[in-house]
Design a protein around this ligand. Structure first.
Ligand code: HEM
Length: 352
């Protein structure tokens, strides 16, 4: 028999609170609505996972806020590991829509009107998650609506989150600090990185890879990689874009593995969030057709616009349009190639 003072399963997990937190409105009103329990539990499960994702994101941003995060450091490994954990959770969240969809439109109608004006739109954690990644207030779809539906304390909680440096902002700073850019640039005029032989060679290879109808892409190439950072809508500076492109191009070098996995992971997060939004939107369409949501938005139309507007890492995706095939890649200066390799192990391996 466990002692009273022993850690006990249900106490440890606070199951008294968790398993007694389902209070269907239909029960209170004496209405028959079997599926409201599923509706509540599915939302609660989502909120618990949102909490875990925000927890991981906070730890990632804490690590990234350090003045230096070396590419092969334990901190970087942790950042990548936790990013990949978020991805795994998001995959689960996309799949969880299947459970919700076992409820039919008629089942939903049994209790839907009892919920007004509550809506998933009021999920503060979802908004915090978006903000922690890097979605700014000014970039949100339907800003007036965004603040009008939340309680005052919830608006200020999301606003507080928006004030903290987001993952996208920290990514930009981290990319700008990449030391091998100095290595590439030190032979040239620093005020004109595009004049460096490496980027000259790369631009030539890129132009040659373009179809005739794509020739104007070189304008985008110059704007993204060597622009003067005058566009306030852009979140990655041209120095950060050069570093990001370099990482993707030369990710075969061991030192660039972790940075590459991080950036690829962020694109995956964006894609999975969009996949969730798409599945949620389709579920809404199937469930309520063209009717307004319980939160009084235009329903599917609102969700479609938010889906299109709420990508966070699209500037990273855009850079993939500036790649060239491996066979056309300029060879790196030997000293830089050594720095990006396992050069520190050479003496050790020779001894073996
Ligand atoms: C029967 C199932 C569902 C229906 C019909 C539905 C419907 C809607 C609608 C119409 C909106 C737009 C706001 C409004 O007017 O209410 C919305 C927003 C939202 N819902 Fe759902 N929802 C369902 C299930 C879920 C579930 C399981 C979650 C999980 C947490 C969820 C989370 C959200 C979130 C986070 C938003 C805000 C999305 C954004 O602003 O981009 N919904 N929902």
């Amino acid at each position: 028999m466990p002692e009273k003072t022993d850690v006990y399963y249900s106490d440890y997990l606070r199951l008294d609170a968790v398993l007694n937190a389902q209070n269907p409105e239909s029960d209170k009103k004496g209405v028959e609505a079997h599926d409201e329990m599923l509706f509540i539990i599915t939302h609660q499960a989502y909120e618990l996972w949102f909490k875990q994702i925000i927890y991981e994101l906070d730890s990632i941003t804490d690590l990234m806020e350090a003045p230096e995060v070396k590419d092969n450091s334990p901190a970087m490994q942790t950042v990548v590991h936790r990013t990949e954990r978020i991805i795994t959770i998001l995959r689960l969240l996309v799949d969880q829509i299947n459970v919700m969809e076992t409820m039919t439109s008629l089942d939903f109608l049994d209790f839907r009107d009892l919920l007004r004006p509550a809506s998933g739109f009021q999920s503060v954690q979802w908004k915090a998650l978006e903000a922690r990644l890097g979605l700014r207030f000014e970039d949100r779809h339907g800003k007036g609506y965004y603040t009008s539906q939340l309680r005052e304390e919830d608006v200020s909680s999301v606003k507080d989150t928006e004030q903290r440096p987001s993952l996208l902002e920290l990514l930009n700073l981290w990319l700008e600090r990449m030391p091998y850019l100095d290595f590439l640039d030190d032979r040239a005029d620093r005020s004109d990185p595009g004049g460096h032989p490496f980027w000259q060679d790369y631009k030539k290879a890129y132009s040659e890879s373009l179809l005739r109808i794509e020739q104007s892409n070189t304008v985008l190439f110059d704007a993204l990689l060597f622009g003067k950072n005058e566009n306030p809508d852009r979140r990655l500076s041209s120095a950060a874009c050069r570093a990001a492109l370099f990482i993707v191009l030369y990710r075969g070098y061991p030192l660039l593995q972790m940075p590459y996995r991080l950036m690829n992971g962020l694109l995956e997060i964006d894609e999975l969030m969009a996949t969730w939004r798409t599945r949620h939107m389709n579920m809404v369409h199937r469930m309520i057709g063209a009717r307004v949501g319980t939160g009084n938005s235009t329903g599917r139309a609102y969700l479609k616009a938010a889906l299109d507007k709420h990508y966070v890492f699209s500037e990273l995706a855009e850079l993939n349009g500036l790649l060239v095939a491996r066979k056309s890649l300029p060879e790196l200066p030997e000293s830089l190639a050594r720095m990006l390799g396992f050069s520190g192990f050479e003496g050790f391996l020779e001894k073996k």
